[in-house]
Design a protein around this ligand. Structure first.
Ligand SMILES: [Zn+2]
Length: 442
């Protein structure tokens, strides 16, 4: 389908265009043709590769850049699948990979074919320049991140943990992009993520005939709980990474913003300040300071003339590092759950040990390029393959440096229509990843 030209590493935006042109919408994913393209690039440059697959149509691709053996291997990994574009209105076709207005447009431009392109380009450059890193650089292109990694990260961690032997640190999504506050440019480096937790609340009340008014029904109890969840946040928690992040931000902002950010760290004032800075920060900080739930599914009532004695509410819960599903249940009880059963139907616990050792090096790479920028460590509200790698004790840094213009909201573009990345950002991001490889040490 494509001519294989290993000098494409000098044109990372072209590499990204090629990756976007493989439709890897998951489900079904169908990552094989894309993986074969990456494989051709790597093998043409002299890399040895391995395919590991639970389903041959959905393989994972692995290679290694041999290092000097002075440090443990460093893992670069990224997912090749993307989310659907159904029911979205795009300016340009989402799998065309068009360049227009200084951007590469297409599904995966940000999440995260840009990252795969940056990693592949860096490896090809390292090979072309005979770079030997302190340790082996393991690169793994994975399938199936967007629906939980059963064919990708989860499969590899459970069935092939040997490929990650001795790895302590990894670089992947979902950080590295820019965010502006008061005109100051911050790079968000992901060092941890919240834990997924699905919660089921069941409400009970008198059942009966639809013709007789029923008071204090299961339905009305659920209604009260929903209103309570809308009106109250769960308790404030200042976790160590978020504290560090907010202190760095405060120290770089002029008044009154610096004062607002300092006061965010006082739990008695946190929620009030979040309202004050909400518009300016797109509500970015709220989920980093609370466990959260969103009501997603309500279930109850079968027949129009029968009052149900039981109804259920399903919540999407997200738990901060260092807390557990039991903490979430306690907090929900306080606010909305005194008169119901609460059950956890799914919980993906992630160990809370966060190792910031590589943060200074990653930060320094960005500062050398842009002395005015301010890298900050963040916990992200969403969830990625990092939780799977964490089971092997691997610390992932979400570090795909993406220099976005002011006013461009990364989170609003990811998974949405018109996902795109500045062409220039592909060059600076790729060089940053290359620097990671060359500067990585024990
Ligand atoms: Zn992603």
């Amino acid at each position: 389908m494509y001519s294989i030209d290993t000098s494409i590493y000098k044109r990372p935006e072209e590499l990204l265009q090629n990756l976007i042109r493989f439709d890897t919408t998951n489900p079904p994913g169908n990552e094989l043709p894309l993986m074969q393209y990456i494989d051709s690039l790597l093998t043409s440059a002299g890399f040895e590769t391995t395919f590991l697959a639970k389903d041959p149509a959905r393989p994972n691709l692995l290679t290694r850049l041999k290092g000097r053996g002075d440090a443990p291997p460093l893992l670069l990994y990224g997912h090749a699948d993307v989310v659907t574009t159904a029911n979205q209105k795009w300016t340009y076709p989402p799998f065309e990979g068009r360049i227009a207005d200084g951007y590469v447009w297409g599904r995966g431009a940000l999440d995260m074919k840009c990252g795969l392109a940056m990693m592949i380009a860096s490896l090809l450059r390292a090979k072309a320049e005979n770079l030997q890193a302190a340790g082996d650089i393991i690169f793994c292109a994975m399938s199936d991140e967007e629906t939980g990694g059963n064919y990708g990260a989860k499969f590899l961690v459970e069935e092939h943990p040997e490929i990650f032997k001795d790895v302590k640190y990894a670089v992947s999504e979902f950080g590295g992009y820019t965010m502006y506050i008061d005109g100051k440019k911050f790079y968000l480096v992901q060092v941890a993520e919240k834990q997924n937790c699905s919660v089921e609340m069941t409400f009970h009340g008198p059942a009966g005939h639809g013709s007789v008014p029923v008071k204090n029904s299961a339905m009305s109890k659920m209604g009260k709980a929903l209103v309570a969840l809308d009106e109250h946040r769960l308790p404030v928690h200042i976790t160590p990474v978020t504290e560090k992040m907010i202190k760095i931000i405060a120290s770089h902002l002029p008044p009154p913003s610096n004062d607002y950010f300092n006061r965010l760290l006082d739990p008695a004032q946190t929620d009030e300040i979040l309202e004050i800075i909400r518009d300016k920060t797109a509500n970015f900080f709220d989920p980093l300071l609370h466990n959260t739930v969103n009501a997603i599914i309500v279930q109850g009532g079968e027949k129009i003339n029968v009052v149900p004695g039981e109804v259920a509410l399903y919540l999407d819960g997200r738990i901060l590092p260092g807390f557990s599903d039991n903490d979430l249940i306690d907090e929900l009880r306080q606010i909305a759950g005194k008169d119901c059963d609460i059950k956890i139907s799914m919980y993906e616990a992630v160990k809370s040990h966060i190792d910031l050792k590589l943060f200074d090096m990653l930060s320094d790479i960005l500062k050398q390029k842009e002395p005015e920028c301010i890298p900050i460590p963040i916990v992200i509200g969403a969830s990625t393959d990092a939780k799977q790698l964490a089971k092997l004790g691997i610390q992932t840094y979400g570090y795909l440096p993406i220099d976005l213009p002011q006013g461009f909201d990364f989170m609003k573009s990811v998974h949405a229509a018109d996902e795109r990345i500045p062409v220039k950002a592909m060059y600076s991001g790729t060089d940053a990843i290359y620097q990671v490889i060359s500067r990585y040490e024990k």
